[in-house]
Each structure stands twice: as structure tokens, then as C-alpha cells.
Design a protein around this ligand. Sequence first.
Ligand code: LLP
Length: 419
Amino acid sequence: MDHFTLKDGVLHAEDVPLPLIAEAVGTPVYVYSRATLERHARVFREALGNVPDKLIAFAVKANPNLAVLKVLQGQGLGADVVSVGEMRRALAAGIAPEKIVFSGVGKTAAEMRAALEAGIGQFNIESEEEGAELAAIAAGMGLTAQCALRVNPDVDAGTHDKISTGKADNKFGVPISAAGQIFATLARLPGIHLRGVAVHIGSQLNDLAPLETAFGKLGALVTALRGAGHAITHVDLGGGLGVPYRRGEQLPQPAEYGAMVARVTKDWGARLIFEPGRVIAGNAGVLLTRVIRVKRGIRDPFVIVDAAMNDLARPALYGAYHHFEAVAPRGGKMVANIVGPICETGDTFAMGRECDALDAGDLAVFRTAGAYGATMASSYNSRGFVAEVLVDGDRFAVVADRIEAGAIMAAERVPEWLG
Ligand code: LLP
């Protein structure tokens, strides 16, 4: 459930009519709802009510906006980060260092040092090589890094190939078959305290079965590791829960996920870490856009909006579906190709889509844009970076300024020797 609803025929974010935001901030603009973010955090936590000892660490990559992180910090969430940039954001939002988990296959030595200095809660080590490097760096600093070993369970998550992470040929984690031996090797090193295991098999999962399979394999590994004399106190189950992008789409509910987790992990006796991203932020945001013009097509008309693939990359990257609707629907429908102004055919949000009838100047939204939206923006075609707004009841604030193309150009230099 979200707080983007039609009131008196006009789409509102909570109590703010979207045309008011378009007027004040311009378009395209991402609009987030605080009440929706808080509701999703609460629903996820309540779904895990039967898990006694847990940390819910929001996957910052899904929406790293500082104000969004501040809202989630207020809900008691920690942060799953994959770069020092994300770590600094989490800290700036007031998230306690011990609630920060650092994942990612390519942590640099500088990032390891910065995270050790900050005193983060856990490093999820993704290879034997990385573990050895982290151990040496931490030992050199006279510190001990708290760590879990990320394993690759070789489970097909059944999602888009580009967002699957748990198949044997993906770059993530160590093969589960080698995990026992790698764990033993790393556990001996000074500088790290290897206390657990981690898994994340992919994103936008529309079925709990692959997750349950992966968690079952992880449980067996925990038993084997304990059998070999290792104390396993932390298990990180990653993120991945899908959200509905289409109207009426049925996906596993957080409560079903929570029940499955409680059942599978009931005898583990370990602190569980969760890294939800999309399920918290996805439906808490829309991308508000204005129709530039409607162009006749051979078959369907092209609705050319002022948002483009640089602002919302998911359709171009993954062929992703984002529901598209008018802010002030007039009742009529049309079948249209919805495209942005960028000069490539990939800048297409939908082909042959039935949607609200729209004319030049009308406002519309792409739904479910709160996760992996603004964060994946680029400045392609010198379009600058889109602005972001947070709504709270009947008030709103710009939480990320629009970065105009000129500001990006100002950071470029023409060397003197070019004349
Ligand atoms: N933990 C780890 C280690 C991850 O790699 C990810 C996402 C998450 C947690 C959060 O997953 P979530 O709960 O949001 O599914 N750009 C793509 C999604 C990439 C996800 C990458 N990893 C998209 O727009 O669909």
C-alpha cells in the first residue's frame, strides 16, 4: 500500500497535489512519500516479528537520498552499503556504525580502511582474496574487522538475468562447495573475526521458493561450520523481495516471507541480518513528468515526456515495466508509445501501452520509482540530474536539487594546449 492516491480527480502524494510540486520544482522530479517509507519499514519489521534477534539494514543502493535514509533511520533501520560513498551517506543520516554492513565484490583497500575507521558492524567478505587483504589491513591498524563470508548457493532466483546474483557463474560470494575450506583458512587470520555467513541471490524475486532453497543450503552450511568448531553467531539473508509494478500483480507478501524465514531459521540460534531495498522504497516514490508533445505514429502515437532513460534507466536496462498514468485523468484512454527525448531508441518506457489519454502539457507519473530510480540516473545527452522531493502530510521539501547540465560542464576543463 502506498500514499499516492487520486483526490478530487488529481493525483496526490499524501496530502500534496502533484501539480503543486511540478509548479514549484519543475519536471521531471522524483517524489517520495514519508508515510509510505515508514509504513513499508514497519510492515517489514512486523513480518519478521517471530525472528527474535535481527538487524534490518536498508540496501542504500535502492535509494541513497539523505532524507530518505533519515526517515528509515528514524524507523530503526541500519544500512547495507556497497561503497564508501554509501557508507558516508548512512553515517550522515545518523545510522549507527554498528548497524552498517558492507557488501560488494570490489571493496578497495581505501574503502576497507575508511570502514574500519568508522567502526562499521560487519564486512560481508566476497572472496578468499578479499578476506586476506582485509585481515592484513585491519591487523596493520591494530583493529579486528567483524566479518561474514558471503556464499554463492548456486540457486536460480528466477528473476531478470542482470539482477540475479546467486548462480554459480555470477561474480558474487564464494562457491558454497568451497565455503567450508575458505572459512577455515580465513578464520585463522589475525585482524578479522569471521563470525557468520551471508547470502543474496537476486532482486525483484516473485517467488519465495528459490529463497527458501538458498536459506536451506545456508542452514546446512551453518551446521557444518559449527561441526568444524566455528562459532556462527550472525547470518545475513540479503534482500530480494519483489514488489508489484503492475496493477493487480500478486507477489509474496512480507508476512509470507517472514513466516518462511522464521520456519527455516528457527533452530539456527544466530542473529539474522536482512538487507531489503526495493520492498521498502519501490512503491514509496514516483517519477513526475510532463508531456512535451504527442507525435503521430504509423500505428500508435508517441507520447514524448520530459523524463528519459537517464532519469529512470530500468525500462531501457531491463525492459522493466513501470505503471504510467495521468496526474489529472480525464476519463479517456489511449494506446501509445511512451518515450523520452533522448536520441536513442532505447529511450522508450513502453510500446503499445494502454494509458490515460494525454496531451501536450499534461502531467503524468511513472509509479514504483522510489527504488533504483534517481540513484541510477546519469547525465546522458547533457540533461543534468533530476531533482527529488519528499512529501510529509501536507508539506514537501526538495531533498535533492536538480543539477543542471551547466553545473556538470563547469566541472570540465579544456587544457591550455588545446589552444
Ligand atoms: N543486498 C545485496 C548484497 C544486494 O546486492 C542487493 C541488491 C540488495 C541487498 C537489495 O536487494 P532488493 O531488496 O532491493 O531486491 N538495479 C536493479 C536492482 C539491482 C539490485 C542489486 N542488489 C533494478 O533496478 O532492478
